[in-house]
Design a binder for this molecule. Sequence first.
Ligand SMILES: [Cu+2]
Length: 228
Amino acid sequence: MNGIIDWFARNSVAANLMMVFIVVTGIIAVTSVKEEIFPEFELDRISIEVPYLGAAPEEVEAAVNIRIEEAIQGIDGIKQIQSTASEGRGTVMIELELRLTLAQNSRDLSFEYGINDVPFWRAEPVLAKLGETQVWTVENTTAWSHQIHLHGFFFLVLDENDEPVRLLEWKDTVDVPFKQTRRLLVRFDERPGTWIFHCHILDHAQGGLLSAVHLALPPGDFRNMSGH
Ligand SMILES: [Cu+2]
């Protein structure tokens, strides 16, 4: 033991390198532990990963997965829960339903999209993965009807004011009458880029009823703006 201390006392460069190494691994450990403990937020997807060292999948399932599932049960707007228990780790993926609201500013009567309760100009664009199918709930709180048009992809109207729609038909424009709600299924394919959606009434689009879907692009990366 004394030999090691003597050696480090004589080799101060080695001692300093050792210290830097310990500090750096400490920082890496702290930041990577954080990533595992805190849920990762995206607009429509939350992933909760909980490490449970040394536990068998059945133990993880009972101690982690089932508890998370119980805790989030009954929360509004959950589209799908995907739960996996593996050796030493439980993962629960929650897919949220996307909620678009069409509102009107009472002061200047301009139109506003709200995306999951955030006005569109403060919200991130809608994020989608290649090949993903999403469910959009579009609630029109204004006194006007709006025809929502999405570039590049189609809507399937699932229900109107919670009443299921039959027949199911693919449309590129969906009318959302005033004070009504439509639940739409949107299927994205393998064409990455920024795809605009807006009200087809021109002064409404100009007044703000316009937003974008980023298909497999990180937020803030605008590409392939299709403008018609
Ligand atoms: Cu409109």
